[in-house]
Design a protein around this ligand. Structure first.
Ligand code: ASP
Ligand code: MG
Length: 423
């Protein structure tokens, strides 16, 4: 008997039909003798709707109130999925309901009810601990806990949320806390692809990929898994199975690198494009110790994730610091930088370039192979694409380019590294 955490994303609970499908799926899984724990996202579009409502009041809504609001979509999904499970269970004769008894197979649970404890960084909270006692009790009673993803509660009992896509992280954290045998992430695609199929028609499903590669792909904008969920899975070695709730075929297994065969340690396993990038250049900064610390300290205190950073001292002896951030953080970043100019660096010029894309290649195989980066630059050059910034890690090379050329770049790299062929 195995303990399986099944997480269903927004499209998988997007309609009553899909919710009834999830209920049948969960009961079928339970009937095979396994313990099943469900984690659900809000119905598709719901969180966006809530965000849009909030932004009509305040476009920079990082606050307790905002999290209270946007956490609510998951509560609706938990209620509906639980109702559907009980209804299906009654139909199957698993439970008999009458006025006195409250027989149920589903155990609907919000984050705070099971003690999903987080820090207090609203909208980007991190899970610190999960109390498993309620879950064990429900499982022992043959019930299926149906848990709201994306949300937790801080030390002051405020509702917190884990960042967009955070239900993945809820699922993995719950799987880790329960020492689950498997964590299945159900979505609307059949797995992780070599690249975004909307950008390149030759994209191919990857059978198995390492946590490290998946982390890079997620941090590069592959939306199929929230990056924190992969970090957590790697840390606790929770095997992930990313698969479709629309099509019961085998999806992509995300496993530790040592489980991959040498055939699977390919040079480049994926190409990613993150299109909503903004480049900020801070010019005329004094060249003295502590400048970068002040700039990036201010940004990080606002929980803004800064990506490619380049620092340079042009011939005038003044410092230029350039970096990229996500479009979502641009408004807040601009405000912080203007404050910094007003209080510390009166000469600083802020130059902003929006609508950029970061295209990247990822693969554990490139660790021991020279020439992968230069091949990437040649492929982009042949496609007539100008590179604005470059950054590399052991298993990744990223180039910042004009956003309008993202599709062309992805196609050139996918073709050039022959990703349509490998398996
Ligand atoms: N509902 C949240 C979102 O849309 C969390 C999730 O779906 O994972 O970001
Ligand atoms: Mg998601």
């Amino acid at each position: 008997m195995a303990l399986i955490v099944q997480k269903f994303g927004g499209t998988s609970v997007g309609t009553i039909d899909r919710i009834q499908h999830v209920a049948r799926w969960a009961l079928d899984s339970q009937a095979r003798g396994d313990d099943i724990v469900l984690v659900v996202s809000a119905m598709s579009g719901e969180t966006n709707r809530l965000v849009a409502l909030a932004s009509q009041i305040n476009p920079i809504p990082f606050s307790r109130e905002y999290d209270m609001l946007i956490a609510s979509g998951e509560q609706i999904a938990v209620g509906l999925v639980s109702l559907a499970i009980n209804t299906e269970a009654e139909k199957r004769g698993i439970i008999q309901r009458n006025i006195q008894n409250r027989a149920a197979v589903a155990a609907p649970l919000l984050g705070h009810q099971i003690g999903i404890r987080t820090d207090s960084v609203f909208s980007k909270a991190r899970i610190q601990a999960i109390d498993t006692s309620t879950l064990h009790k429900e499982l022992a009673a043959q019930r299926i806990p149906v848990i709201a993803g994306f949300q937790g509660v801080d030390a002051e009992n405020n509702i917190t949320t884990l960042g967009r896509g955070g239900s993945d992280t809820s699922a993995v954290a719950i799987a880790a806390a329960l020492k689950a045998d498997d964590c299945e992430i159900y979505t609307d695609v059949d797995g992780v692809y070599t690249t975004d199929p909307r950008l390149c028609s030759k994209a191919r499903k990857i059978k198995r990929i390492s946590y490290e590669e998946m982390m890079e792909l997620s941090s590069l904008g592959a939306k199929v898994l929230q990056i924190r969920s992969v970090e957590l899975a790697a840390k606790y070695r929770i095997p992930l199975h990313v698969r479709s709730s629309f099509n019961p075929v085998e999806g992509t297994r995300v496993v530790s690198q040592d489980l991959l065969g040498s055939m699977e340690q390919v040079l480049v396993s994926g190409v990613a494009a993150d299109t909503a990038q903004v480049k900020l250049s801070l010019q005329n900064l004094p060249e003295q110790p502590g400048v970068a610390a002040k700039v990036f300290g201010a940004l990080s205190r606002a929980s803004i994730v800064v990506d490619i950073i380049v620092q340079d001292v042009p011939s005038n002896g003044l410092l230029t610091v350039s970096f990229t951030i996500g479009q979502n953080d641009a408004l807040l970043a601009r405000k912080i930088l203007q404050e910094l100019r007003a209080t510390q660096f009166s000469e600083m010029r802020i130059v902003e370039e929006a609508d950029l894309a970061k295209v990247s290649i990822v693969g554990v195989g490139m660790q021991n192979h020279p020439g992968v980066a230069s091949k990437m630059f040649s492929l982009l050059a042949e496609a007539g694409i100008n590179i604005k910034l470059i950054t590399t890690s052991e298993i990744k090379v990223s180039c910042l380019i004009d956003g309008k050329q993202a599709k062309k770049a992805v196609e050139a790299l996918h073709e050039g590294f022959q990703l349509h062929l490998t398996e």
